[in-house]
Design a protein around this ligand. Structure first.
Ligand SMILES: [Fe+2]
Length: 310
């Protein structure tokens, strides 16, 4: 083979690999922009509370977080997420904040979407997210009046004898007060704790409870080999999604439904979490975490492609 021939083959190989790399980038872009934001995972979990009354053993809680109604999150995703939650016939719906993106009137637009959740016999309970503090809590009032969502703001309520739901004000834009929130809940009661930011767990870890949170969006865009974006106030927190045990409290972080800042999700699909509460003292298993497993597979594939290209 002469030199000219070798050069031609080298050039052809270079352009083939360049085409492959451009194709892979275009595919990843299309996935993150158009496919994954609509690909909702219904994740299923069992959480144990030793104080749970026997008659509530097996009750189902549907959690939706970070809906972010506004120009970035597709309405179809919100509608589908709510339909998926309703299909599970939950006993209770927990909405863990960030209902709107950035305008108060988005709460009025969101309200009709939330109405079907009223099928839950113990109601629709919520805590505030950092995006929900516009105009002095108007978002909570609108959703309470127009969609029957009950906000717990540093307060608790008994939804059934022996089961309390506690809600914390947001740790970034609100004035959280965990002792005040838990004040009416004796240690003998089972406790479901709603805190938008996972950092709200620091105020509750000395008591037995199942805490549901969001805020992180699971990182929203997870590019293998890169550290995902950390939401405000989350620097140094040890987890982005799934279950963790903090002393006596069990914390679950949802990846949420909507998106913030940019309309992309990559290796981090939206999530509707279905949590079955059981009487007992087991600790939660680590979540199946679809996104983490997908990221690991993608990382291996990326390494293989990189080796092949170089
Ligand atoms: Fe959010």
């Amino acid at each position: 083979m002469d030199k000219e021939e070798q050069k031609r083959i080298g050039r052809r190989r270079f352009f083939q690999r360049l085409g492959l790399a451009v194709g892979a980038c275009a595919g990843a872009y299309a996935d993150a922009r158009y496919i994954e934001p609509r690909f909702i995972e219904v994740s299923r979990h069992t959480a144990f509370l030793p104080e749970l009354p026997l008659e509530l053993d097996g009750m189902v809680v549907a959690q939706l977080s970070d809906i972010h109604y506004g120009p970035i999150t597709p309405e179809a995703t919100i509608r589908d997420a709510i339909a998926l939650a309703v299909r599970e016939k939950p006993d209770l719906v927990a909405l863990t904040g960030d209902f709107i993106n950035n305008r108060t009137h988005q709460a009025t637009q969101l309200a009709p979407f939330l109405k079907p959740l009223q099928i839950a016999r113990f109601g629709v309970l919520a805590c505030m997210g950092n995006h929900d503090y516009r105009r002095g809590g108007a978002v909570a009032k609108i959703l309470q009046d127009e969609a029957g969502v009950r906000f717990l703001r540093n307060e608790s309520t008994f939804v059934a004898p022996g089961l309390a739901v506690v809600g914390l004000e947001d740790t970034t834009n609100g004035r959280p007060n965990a002792p005040q929130a838990f004040a009416g809940v004796p240690d003998s009661a089972a406790c479901l704790y709603l805190t938008h930011s996972p950092t709200g767990i620091w105020g509750a870890m000395r008591r037995s409870c199942v805490a549901l949170s969001g805020h992180t969006h699971g990182g929203q865009v997870r590019i293998p080999g890169f550290v995902p974006h950390h939401a405000v106030g989350m620097a140094g927190f040890p987890m982005l999604d799934g279950w963790g045990v903090f002393d006596r409290a069990q914390l679950f972080i949802s990846r949420g439904v909507g998106m913030m800042h940019r309309p992309f999700r990559f290796l981090c699909p939206p999530e509707v979490a279905i949590v079955t509460l059981k009487r007992g003292d087991d600790v939660p298993q680590k979540t199946s975490d679809l996104a983490r497993r997908a990221a690991k597979r993608a990382e291996k594939a990326t390494v293989r492609v990189y080796r092949w290209l170089t």
